[in-house]
Design a binder for this molecule. Sequence first.
Ligand code: PRP
Ligand code: URA
Length: 210
Amino acid sequence: MVTIIKHPLIETKMSILREKSTKPKDFRQILEEIAELMAYEVFKDLEYVEDGQIETPMKEKAPKYVLKRNIILVPILRAGIGMVEGVQRIVPNAHIGVIGLTRDEKTLEPMEYYFKVPNDLEAECVLIDPMLATGGSAKFAIEALKKRGYKHIKLMCLVGCDQGIQTIETSHPEVEIYLSAKDPILNEKGYILPGLGDAGDRIFGTNAND
Ligand code: PRP
Ligand code: URA
């Protein structure tokens, strides 16, 4: 269940993100803008119900629709933070949880160092991370949510590749994946090509050359 969200505004903004000379300030802004555009598609199947009626200024009644479930946005630290504000513009009432992952230096396997997600197990959780490379981080984060009892999980990434998609489809087939681009290659160091480099470094300016 993968949706590649195609839109002229996303395509053109993606080129700015991919361009190596784009500085962190512009990178952050464009990333938020793309996240906001993607959010329309990510939320398009949200269930909503009629909950009474409202009265219009014309003294007429109209149905009052409300979302069936609360929304929790769950960025994976740290790069996922860069997309949250854009998504929140579309769903300002969403709650925020965070999952902090780091990698074991020897095995490169993800390890959880922080988990703080609102305790609403019926909520619609949208896991957010710009990169779906091997898929190891997203797989781990989905497991972290599931083992605490969260049931409704979507995965929203900016750029993915076949390996990452397969990892999620195999381990969590019910989780819908949303991407704005699927790139052809994952290199031997686990970087997506052509990709956009190290998303965390480009957002936070941690590489002195960016
Ligand atoms: C990046 C990215 C994902 C992960 C994707 O984070 O933001 O979390 O790599 O790779 P994977 O699909 O192979 O697991 P990174 O580990 O660089 O940490 P950072 O967010 O702190 O930069
Ligand atoms: N993480 C990144 O930040 N970029 C990649 O290309 C792959 C993993």
